[in-house]
Design a protein around this ligand. Structure first.
Ligand code: NAD
Length: 288
Protein backbone atom coordinates (compact mmCIF):
# COMPACT_ATOMS: atom_id res chain seq x y z
CA UNK A 1 0.00 0.00 0.00
CA UNK A 2 1.41 3.39 -0.90
CA UNK A 3 1.93 6.02 1.77
CA UNK A 4 -0.42 8.99 1.81
CA UNK A 5 1.45 12.31 1.70
CA UNK A 6 -0.19 14.92 3.92
CA UNK A 7 0.38 17.83 1.56
CA UNK A 8 -0.04 21.17 3.31
CA UNK A 9 0.29 23.13 0.08
CA UNK A 10 -2.66 21.31 -1.47
CA UNK A 11 -4.80 21.68 1.66
CA UNK A 12 -3.93 25.35 2.03
CA UNK A 13 -4.78 26.04 -1.62
CA UNK A 14 -8.14 24.31 -1.08
CA UNK A 15 -8.88 26.50 1.97
CA UNK A 16 -7.76 29.78 0.42
CA UNK A 17 -10.89 30.80 -1.56
CA UNK A 18 -13.20 30.48 1.46
CA UNK A 19 -10.86 32.45 3.69
CA UNK A 20 -10.39 35.14 1.03
CA UNK A 21 -14.16 35.46 0.72
CA UNK A 22 -14.47 35.81 4.52
CA UNK A 23 -11.86 38.59 4.56
CA UNK A 24 -13.47 40.37 1.59
CA UNK A 25 -16.86 40.25 3.29
CA UNK A 26 -15.58 42.36 6.21
CA UNK A 27 -16.55 46.06 6.29
CA UNK A 28 -12.87 47.12 5.96
CA UNK A 29 -9.71 45.18 5.18
CA UNK A 30 -8.27 44.19 8.58
CA UNK A 31 -4.73 45.03 9.68
CA UNK A 32 -2.50 42.44 11.32
CA UNK A 33 0.34 43.90 13.39
CA UNK A 34 3.49 41.77 13.56
CA UNK A 35 5.94 42.97 16.19
CA UNK A 36 9.54 41.85 15.72
CA UNK A 37 12.20 42.52 18.33
CA UNK A 38 15.73 42.30 16.97
CA UNK A 39 16.51 40.85 13.57
CA UNK A 40 16.77 37.05 13.82
CA UNK A 41 17.02 35.67 10.31
CA UNK A 42 14.47 32.88 10.93
CA UNK A 43 11.92 35.35 12.37
CA UNK A 44 12.39 37.66 9.38
CA UNK A 45 11.72 34.81 6.95
CA UNK A 46 8.58 33.67 8.86
CA UNK A 47 7.31 37.27 8.83
CA UNK A 48 7.97 37.50 5.09
CA UNK A 49 5.92 34.33 4.53
CA UNK A 50 3.02 35.68 6.64
CA UNK A 51 3.18 39.07 4.88
CA UNK A 52 3.10 37.54 1.41
CA UNK A 53 0.17 35.28 2.31
CA UNK A 54 -1.71 38.08 4.11
CA UNK A 55 -1.40 40.37 1.10
CA UNK A 56 -2.85 37.64 -1.12
CA UNK A 57 -5.90 37.66 1.14
CA UNK A 58 -6.29 41.45 1.23
CA UNK A 59 -5.05 41.77 4.84
CA UNK A 60 -2.86 44.76 5.61
CA UNK A 61 0.31 43.81 7.45
CA UNK A 62 1.90 46.33 9.80
CA UNK A 63 5.42 45.04 10.46
CA UNK A 64 6.70 46.83 13.57
CA UNK A 65 10.47 46.35 13.91
CA UNK A 66 11.93 47.16 17.30
CA UNK A 67 15.50 47.24 18.56
CA UNK A 68 16.91 44.11 20.24
CA UNK A 69 17.64 46.18 23.35
CA UNK A 70 14.11 47.56 23.82
CA UNK A 71 12.92 47.52 27.44
CA UNK A 72 9.94 45.47 28.59
CA UNK A 73 7.98 48.65 29.40
CA UNK A 74 8.61 50.13 25.95
CA UNK A 75 7.55 46.91 24.25
CA UNK A 76 4.40 46.64 26.37
CA UNK A 77 3.61 50.29 25.52
CA UNK A 78 3.90 49.42 21.81
CA UNK A 79 1.53 46.46 22.27
CA UNK A 80 -0.95 48.71 24.15
CA UNK A 81 -0.89 51.14 21.20
CA UNK A 82 -1.81 48.23 18.91
CA UNK A 83 -4.54 47.12 21.36
CA UNK A 84 -6.09 50.59 21.16
CA UNK A 85 -5.76 51.04 17.40
CA UNK A 86 -9.16 50.11 15.97
CA UNK A 87 -7.79 49.37 12.51
CA UNK A 88 -5.58 46.62 13.97
CA UNK A 89 -7.59 43.42 14.39
CA UNK A 90 -4.79 41.01 15.23
CA UNK A 91 -1.41 41.20 16.95
CA UNK A 92 1.50 38.78 16.67
CA UNK A 93 4.59 39.17 18.79
CA UNK A 94 7.10 37.14 16.81
CA UNK A 95 8.75 34.59 19.08
CA UNK A 96 11.29 33.88 20.42
CA UNK A 97 11.99 37.21 22.09
CA UNK A 98 15.47 38.17 23.32
CA UNK A 99 16.09 36.36 26.64
CA UNK A 100 16.30 39.63 28.59
CA UNK A 101 12.54 40.12 28.04
CA UNK A 102 9.84 38.36 30.09
CA UNK A 103 7.98 36.53 27.32
CA UNK A 104 4.94 35.69 29.49
CA UNK A 105 4.43 39.30 30.61
CA UNK A 106 4.69 40.48 27.02
CA UNK A 107 2.21 37.93 25.67
CA UNK A 108 -0.22 38.84 28.47
CA UNK A 109 -0.11 42.47 27.29
CA UNK A 110 -1.86 41.46 24.04
CA UNK A 111 -5.62 41.97 24.15
CA UNK A 112 -7.25 38.48 24.02
CA UNK A 113 -9.54 39.99 21.35
CA UNK A 114 -6.50 40.48 19.09
CA UNK A 115 -4.51 37.41 20.15
CA UNK A 116 -4.27 35.60 16.77
CA UNK A 117 -1.63 33.22 18.15
CA UNK A 118 -3.93 32.07 20.99
CA UNK A 119 -1.20 32.40 23.63
CA UNK A 120 -2.70 34.75 26.24
CA UNK A 121 -3.87 32.98 29.40
CA UNK A 122 -7.46 33.90 28.44
CA UNK A 123 -7.10 31.81 25.28
CA UNK A 124 -4.93 29.07 26.81
CA UNK A 125 -7.73 28.27 29.27
CA UNK A 126 -10.20 28.07 26.42
CA UNK A 127 -8.13 25.72 24.22
CA UNK A 128 -7.26 23.54 27.21
CA UNK A 129 -10.96 23.14 27.84
CA UNK A 130 -11.61 22.50 24.14
CA UNK A 131 -14.09 25.35 23.90
CA UNK A 132 -15.50 26.24 20.50
CA UNK A 133 -14.67 29.91 21.04
CA UNK A 134 -10.97 29.28 21.75
CA UNK A 135 -8.34 30.85 19.52
CA UNK A 136 -6.14 27.83 18.84
CA UNK A 137 -2.42 28.47 18.20
CA UNK A 138 -1.69 28.49 14.46
CA UNK A 139 0.43 25.33 14.33
CA UNK A 140 -2.19 23.33 16.24
CA UNK A 141 -5.00 24.60 14.02
CA UNK A 142 -2.79 23.78 11.02
CA UNK A 143 -2.26 20.19 12.20
CA UNK A 144 -6.00 19.88 12.97
CA UNK A 145 -7.03 21.03 9.49
CA UNK A 146 -4.40 18.88 7.78
CA UNK A 147 -5.70 15.76 9.59
CA UNK A 148 -9.34 16.72 8.97
CA UNK A 149 -8.75 17.23 5.24
CA UNK A 150 -7.34 13.70 4.94
CA UNK A 151 -10.15 12.34 7.18
CA UNK A 152 -7.76 11.10 9.87
CA UNK A 153 -9.98 10.80 12.92
CA UNK A 154 -8.34 10.92 16.36
CA UNK A 155 -11.29 9.46 18.29
CA UNK A 156 -10.08 6.59 20.49
CA UNK A 157 -6.59 6.64 18.90
CA UNK A 158 -3.30 6.66 20.76
CA UNK A 159 -1.52 9.89 19.83
CA UNK A 160 2.11 10.45 20.81
CA UNK A 161 3.28 14.06 20.75
CA UNK A 162 7.03 14.68 20.90
CA UNK A 163 7.65 18.17 22.34
CA UNK A 164 5.96 20.02 25.20
CA UNK A 165 6.40 23.73 24.43
CA UNK A 166 3.55 26.15 25.14
CA UNK A 167 3.70 27.29 21.52
CA UNK A 168 3.47 23.89 19.83
CA UNK A 169 3.60 20.61 21.82
CA UNK A 170 1.13 21.41 24.61
CA UNK A 171 -1.63 22.94 22.47
CA UNK A 172 -1.37 20.05 19.99
CA UNK A 173 -1.63 17.54 22.86
CA UNK A 174 -4.63 19.40 24.32
CA UNK A 175 -6.35 19.43 20.94
CA UNK A 176 -5.82 15.66 20.49
CA UNK A 177 -7.16 15.01 24.00
CA UNK A 178 -10.22 17.13 23.26
CA UNK A 179 -10.76 14.99 20.14
CA UNK A 180 -10.97 11.95 22.46
CA UNK A 181 -7.54 10.53 21.69
CA UNK A 182 -5.40 9.01 24.45
CA UNK A 183 -2.30 11.16 24.49
CA UNK A 184 1.30 10.52 25.50
CA UNK A 185 3.60 13.56 25.59
CA UNK A 186 7.34 12.92 25.15
CA UNK A 187 10.14 15.41 25.70
CA UNK A 188 13.89 15.74 26.06
CA UNK A 189 13.88 13.81 29.36
CA UNK A 190 11.80 10.86 28.09
CA UNK A 191 13.80 7.75 29.00
CA UNK A 192 13.12 5.58 25.95
CA UNK A 193 11.65 7.64 23.14
CA UNK A 194 11.42 4.81 20.59
CA UNK A 195 9.39 2.57 22.90
CA UNK A 196 6.86 5.40 23.37
CA UNK A 197 6.66 6.51 19.73
CA UNK A 198 6.26 2.90 18.52
CA UNK A 199 2.97 2.70 20.43
CA UNK A 200 1.48 5.59 18.44
CA UNK A 201 -1.39 5.33 15.99
CA UNK A 202 -0.65 8.98 15.22
CA UNK A 203 2.80 10.42 15.92
CA UNK A 204 3.16 14.22 15.98
CA UNK A 205 6.72 15.49 16.29
CA UNK A 206 7.68 19.03 17.33
CA UNK A 207 11.12 18.87 18.89
CA UNK A 208 13.32 20.97 16.61
CA UNK A 209 15.85 18.12 16.24
CA UNK A 210 16.59 17.07 12.65
CA UNK A 211 16.40 13.30 12.11
CA UNK A 212 15.18 12.61 15.67
CA UNK A 213 12.61 10.12 14.43
CA UNK A 214 13.95 7.29 12.30
CA UNK A 215 12.73 3.89 11.13
CA UNK A 216 13.20 2.34 14.59
CA UNK A 217 10.77 4.88 16.14
CA UNK A 218 7.75 4.08 13.99
CA UNK A 219 5.61 0.99 13.66
CA UNK A 220 3.92 -0.11 10.44
CA UNK A 221 0.84 1.94 9.56
CA UNK A 222 1.43 4.94 11.86
CA UNK A 223 0.30 8.40 10.74
CA UNK A 224 3.33 10.70 11.11
CA UNK A 225 2.98 14.48 11.32
CA UNK A 226 6.29 16.33 11.28
CA UNK A 227 6.01 19.83 12.73
CA UNK A 228 9.77 20.45 13.02
CA UNK A 229 11.45 23.06 10.87
CA UNK A 230 15.23 22.93 10.95
CA UNK A 231 17.79 24.57 8.72
CA UNK A 232 20.70 22.30 7.89
CA UNK A 233 23.55 22.50 5.42
CA UNK A 234 22.51 21.40 1.97
CA UNK A 235 24.61 20.15 -0.89
CA UNK A 236 27.63 22.14 -1.90
CA UNK A 237 26.95 24.39 -4.84
CA UNK A 238 29.34 24.78 -7.73
CA UNK A 239 31.23 27.51 -5.93
CA UNK A 240 31.66 25.16 -2.95
CA UNK A 241 29.48 27.29 -0.67
CA UNK A 242 27.10 24.93 1.13
CA UNK A 243 23.46 25.85 0.52
CA UNK A 244 20.86 25.74 3.28
CA UNK A 245 18.01 23.30 3.30
CA UNK A 246 14.89 22.88 5.45
CA UNK A 247 14.24 19.52 7.09
CA UNK A 248 11.83 18.30 9.73
CA UNK A 249 12.41 16.20 12.85
CA UNK A 250 11.55 12.99 11.01
CA UNK A 251 13.92 11.19 8.65
CA UNK A 252 11.39 11.26 5.84
CA UNK A 253 13.14 8.76 3.55
CA UNK A 254 13.60 6.22 6.37
CA UNK A 255 10.01 6.49 7.65
CA UNK A 256 7.92 7.05 4.53
CA UNK A 257 7.50 3.37 3.62
CA UNK A 258 6.61 2.35 7.19
CA UNK A 259 4.03 5.08 7.85
CA UNK A 260 0.53 4.92 6.39
CA UNK A 261 0.60 8.73 6.01
CA UNK A 262 3.32 11.33 6.51
CA UNK A 263 3.67 15.11 6.23
CA UNK A 264 6.78 16.37 4.43
CA UNK A 265 9.04 19.27 5.40
CA UNK A 266 8.85 21.67 3.71
CA UNK A 267 5.28 21.59 2.42
CA UNK A 268 3.46 19.88 5.29
CA UNK A 269 2.46 21.66 8.50
CA UNK A 270 4.32 24.92 7.65
CA UNK A 271 1.89 26.18 4.96
CA UNK A 272 -1.06 25.12 7.16
CA UNK A 273 0.21 27.22 10.08
CA UNK A 274 0.21 30.37 7.95
CA UNK A 275 -3.34 29.64 6.74
CA UNK A 276 -4.48 29.02 10.33
CA UNK A 277 -3.15 32.35 11.60
CA UNK A 278 -5.27 34.20 9.07
CA UNK A 279 -8.28 31.99 9.83
CA UNK A 280 -7.83 33.00 13.47
CA UNK A 281 -7.71 36.65 12.36
CA UNK A 282 -10.94 36.24 10.37
CA UNK A 283 -12.61 34.60 13.42
CA UNK A 284 -11.51 37.47 15.68
CA UNK A 285 -12.87 40.07 13.22
CA UNK A 286 -16.26 38.35 13.32
CA UNK A 287 -16.28 38.01 17.14
CA UNK A 288 -15.46 41.70 17.61
P1 NAD B 1 11.05 24.30 21.72
O1 NAD B 1 12.54 24.27 21.62
O2 NAD B 1 10.39 25.34 22.52
O3 NAD B 1 10.54 22.88 22.26
C1 NAD B 1 11.09 21.68 21.81
C2 NAD B 1 10.49 20.53 22.58
O4 NAD B 1 11.06 19.33 22.09
C3 NAD B 1 10.78 20.58 24.08
O5 NAD B 1 9.58 20.36 24.79
C4 NAD B 1 11.77 19.46 24.32
O6 NAD B 1 11.56 18.80 25.56
C5 NAD B 1 11.49 18.51 23.16
N1 NAD B 1 12.71 17.82 22.75
C6 NAD B 1 13.90 18.37 22.44
N2 NAD B 1 14.81 17.40 22.18
C7 NAD B 1 14.18 16.22 22.32
C8 NAD B 1 14.58 14.87 22.19
N3 NAD B 1 15.82 14.55 21.87
N4 NAD B 1 13.66 13.91 22.42
C9 NAD B 1 12.39 14.23 22.76
N5 NAD B 1 11.94 15.51 22.89
C10 NAD B 1 12.82 16.49 22.67
O7 NAD B 1 10.53 24.33 20.19
P2 NAD B 1 9.06 24.66 19.63
O8 NAD B 1 8.85 26.13 19.55
O9 NAD B 1 8.06 23.82 20.33
O10 NAD B 1 9.23 24.14 18.14
C11 NAD B 1 9.47 22.78 17.86
C12 NAD B 1 9.76 22.62 16.39
O11 NAD B 1 8.62 22.99 15.64
C13 NAD B 1 10.91 23.50 15.86
O12 NAD B 1 11.61 22.79 14.85
C14 NAD B 1 10.19 24.68 15.26
O13 NAD B 1 10.95 25.31 14.22
C15 NAD B 1 8.99 23.98 14.69
N6 NAD B 1 7.83 24.84 14.45
C16 NAD B 1 7.17 24.62 13.31
C17 NAD B 1 6.04 25.34 13.02
C18 NAD B 1 5.31 25.04 11.75
O14 NAD B 1 4.49 25.83 11.33
N7 NAD B 1 5.55 23.88 11.12
C19 NAD B 1 5.59 26.33 13.90
C20 NAD B 1 6.28 26.53 15.08
C21 NAD B 1 7.41 25.77 15.36
Amino acid sequence: MSTLILDGKVVRAAGLPELKARIEALMKPPTLAIIQVGDREDSTSYIKAKTAFGEKLGVKIKHIKLAEKISEQELIAKISECNQDETIKGIIVQLPLPIALDQDAIIEAISPKKDVDGLTSFNVKRWLEGREDAVIPGTTRGVKELLEYYKIDLFGKHVVVVGRSMLVGKPIAAYCLNENASVTICHSKTADLASETKRADVLIVAAGKPGLIGANHVREGTVVVDVGINTVKGEKLEDEIPSKKLVGDVDFEAVKDIASAISPVPGGVGPMTVLAIFENLADLCVKE
